[in-house]
Design a protein. Structure first.
Length: 280
């Protein structure tokens, strides 16, 4: 190996190590800064009480409940639609030109600014249902459907064709092959889409400002979906920008960070469970 080649390899290794080190340091700095500013301001009263202007009390319990409702409602709708669309495009669709057009459209929709989705959601859902969590969840479904569909579709393409041919050779039908061979092999892609969806839901504020509203109230299990509600991200904006409560804003940021870590951990455990079940 020539000297120039060795120098080139050494420089590239140093650049890769430098890039990895800077990325890790940035992540640790952000997480540490948010936890350092937010954790001291998290109290039991903040997490378990509703805000009251008459009693001069601040609480984020309604915002936590509203965020959980948004996540669950969005996932319940977007996962079947996204996975079903991916299965159809990969396993059933015959016209590859139309499939390519749909894939290109999905990738384009993934890059549209969220505030445009908020405007569309306001016109399509908020004007019909009013500003409520259901309108916000339906808007988030439209936002995240391309992501779930594309991640699942790419995961389906990684399942070896020999698996399908072997199942067909044993006499299995099309749907049985998909249900017992193909879908278990693409669980990682579905979980990846789920993680990306949850992350976007937890971080979304612009679209929810148009569709879900600002209310910090608790309602019944069903009536909550049809009432105005403030998510944690919107609450962070309200407390920091409009009320100047930066301590509360950092506490909400820490709660969001903890929720994100717990959801990612749960997704990793589910993925590991399916991997063990698949290899058993």
């Amino acid at each position: 190996m020539s000297g120039k080649r060795k120098a080139y390899i050494t420089v590239m290794k140093l650049l890769m190590w430098l890039s990895a080190g800077l990325t890790g340091a940035l992540v640790l700095f952000l997480v540490g800064f948010i936890f350092a500013k937010g954790l001291p301001n998290i109290t039991w009263e903040l997490l378990t009480e509703s805000p009251s202007y008459l009693q001069n009390r601040i609480g984020i319990l309604p915002d936590i409940v509203n965020t959980v409702y948004l996540v669950l409602a969005t996932l319940i709708i977007v996962l079947p639609l996204g996975v079903g669309a991916a299965v159809y495009l990969t396993e059933y669709a015959q016209n590859r030109r139309i499939v390519s057009m749909i894939e290109y459209a999905a990738e384009t929709l993934s890059g549209i600014p969220s505030i445009i989705y908020g405007l569309v959601g306001m016109l399509a859902f908020a004007n019909n249902f009013g500003k409520c969590l259901l309108a916000g969840a339906l808007t988030l479904v439209i936002m995240n459907l391309p992501t779930v569909m594309r991640t699942t579709q790419e995961s389906l393409k990684t399942v070896p064709q020999s698996y399908r041919e072997g199942a067909f050779g044993l006499g299995a039908g099309k749907w049985r092959v998909i249900r017992t061979v193909v879908l278990p092999g693409c669980v990682d892609g579905v979980i990846t889409g789920c993680i990306l969806t949850v992350g976007r839901i937890l971080g979304e504020s612009a679209a929810l400002l148009f569709t879900a509203g600002f209310a910090h109230t608790l309602s019944g299990i069903i009536s909550t979906l049809f009432s105005s509600g403030c998510s944690l991200t919107v609450a962070l904006y309200v407390y920091a920008k409009e009320q100047g409560e930066f301590e509360v804003a950092f506490a909400i940021a820490a709660v969001l960070m903890i929720l994100t870590l717990l959801i990612n951990l749960a997704a990793a455990l589910v993925s590991r469970y399916f991997q063990r079940r698949r290899t058993a």
